[in-house]
Design a protein around this ligand. Structure first.
Ligand SMILES: [Zn+2]
Length: 441
């Protein structure tokens, strides 16, 4: 099998960086290389060592750009690609006014297919090679999602939402049909190629107790599937949830009563959790997913990263398209930094890049497959250019260290900073193949 070598400034994390000077937390090669064979990383290290090990291999030169593991987005909504930027509402009104209208279009297979093409194009333009997405209530939306991800050989997580109340008739399944459709989709897609299924009741407000019992059954029957839902996003949502589930001690308890917590359970938002909820999240190894652009856009609140981490809660970070406002994990971490500033917490740039790569891979328990440049990992890779715009190039004139460069990328960068993206070793940017600079000349 032929080997190709990507040459550039390679960066991969080992551990969560404790500070912006924590050099033990990452592996960086100023003249680095990643050797790819059969879709996997055959080796990574200094260019001279890799070239010697694989003499005769094709070399793709990305210098002076950074070579990183592909970015990972742990929470977003496939049917909301045309909801982004909907004006003037908070969560519950936003759902009814915009989202539930748009999601009804996903009953149509042709619409699903067209949107799936755009969805994955936009992820790849932004260097995101793995994501965990909610599809619409319609089975056809999940079919289109997995089919398009499969065509592109992407490692993707997804599931149809289950919702049987408090939504338009056309968006409601029933406990039985939600169960049957999910079961069918799991049989068809989970473990096929690089696909993973996520059992996805939208949130407690749109699921009856009977539906959550069905979700519980699915989770028990398929312990290797993911589970995803929303939790503690805004005040009105929490109040309504507790009215609907009066025996619950708190919001998380609604899910806990149905055994939906666990180390493959992803809870979007988790902004207003109380002490008992935090302890239960930590104990069950559940993941709290921070969605900063969405939390600001919908005015939901400020995520407490340090508070959750210090109580042992696993956390991840995500765009939450289309409550979120950008597909870019760079834009997302920029807003995360600002949210945490308002909390008097400091998100250092090394930790930001850890979170988009190895951190999110660990949250998904996929760190043995993605999220690093280690030998044996799948060759999902993004190449980033910190001088992608005139303003960034000007700022980079005064940058001396790697953490400074990462912070410029995060603060000023977006899809324009993505110079190449590889999926299982194959150049996969929708607009150009291989290094972007070859296309500029
Ligand atoms: Zn969401």
């Amino acid at each position: 099998m032929s080997v190709s070598i990507l040459r550039g400034r390679s960066l991969s994390f080992r551990e969560v960086p404790r500070s912006h000077t924590d050099e033990a937390s990452y592996i960086f090669e100023e003249d680095g290389a990643v050797a790819i064979r059969d879709g996997l990383i055959a080796a990574s290290g200094s260019f001279s060592a890799i070239r010697e090990q694989f003499s005769g291999a094709e070399i793709i030169d990305h210098r002076p750009n950074l070579i990183l593991p592909g970015l990972i987005d742990t929470h977003l909504h496939f049917p909301q690609v045309q909801v982004i930027g909907s004006f003037g509402a908070k969560l519950l009104d936003w759902l009814h006014t915009y989202t539930f209208v748009e999601e009804q279009k996903f009953a149509d297979a042709a619409h699903c297919e067209r949107m799936a093409t755009h969805f994955f194009d936009n992820l790849l333009r932004n260097g995101t090679t793995t994501a965990a997405a909610y599809c619409s209530v319609h089975k056809t939306s999940a079919e289109a999602y997995f089919a398009e991800a499969g065509r592109r050989n992407l490692r993707m997580i997804g599931g149809k939402v289950m919702m049987d109340r408090n939504a338009p008739e056309a968006l409601c399944d029933t406990p039985q049909s939600g169960y049957d459709d999910s079961k069918d989709l799991i049989a068809r897609w989970h473990g096929r190629g690089r696909a993973h299924y996520a059992i996805s009741p939208r949130f407690a407000i749109t699921s009856t107790p009977t539906q959550l019992e069905m979700a519980q059954a699915l989770k028990a029957e398929h312990p290797d599937c993911y589970f995803q839902t929303h939790l503690s996003e805004n005040d009105a949502e929490i109040k309504l949830t507790l009215e609907l589930y009066q025996s619950a001690r708190d919001y998380l308890d609604v899910y806990q009563m149905y055994d939906l917590l666990g180390d493959r359970s992803l809870f979007g938002h988790c902004i207003h959790l109380g002490g008992r909820e935090r302890a239960a999240m930590a104990e069950s190894r559940s993941v709290a997913v921070f969605c900063p652009t969405s939390n600001l856009f919908l005015g939901s609140g400020l995520f407490d990263e340090d508070g959750l981490r210090s109580r042992g809660v696993r956390t991840a970070v995500a765009t939450d398209i289309g409550g979120g406002t950008s597909y870019s994990m760079l834009r997302t971490l920029d807003e995360a930094y600002k949210v945490l500033q308002l909390r008097n917490q400091v998100l250092n740039p090394l930790k930001s890049f850890y979170m988009m790569t190895l951190g999110n891979a660990r949250a998904l328990k996929l760190e043995h497959k993605i999220g690093t440049l280690e030998q044996g990992s799948e060759a999902d890779i993004v190449v980033m250019d910190a001088r992608a715009t005139a303003a960034m190039a000007l700022r980079m004139e005064t940058v001396n260290t790697l953490p400074e460069e990462l912070f410029v990328l995060q603060t000023m960068g977006d899809d324009r900073a993505v110079a190449a993206v590889y999926v299982a070793g194959k150049a996969s940017h929708p607009d150009f193949n291989g290094p972007k600079h070859l296309y500029r000349r």
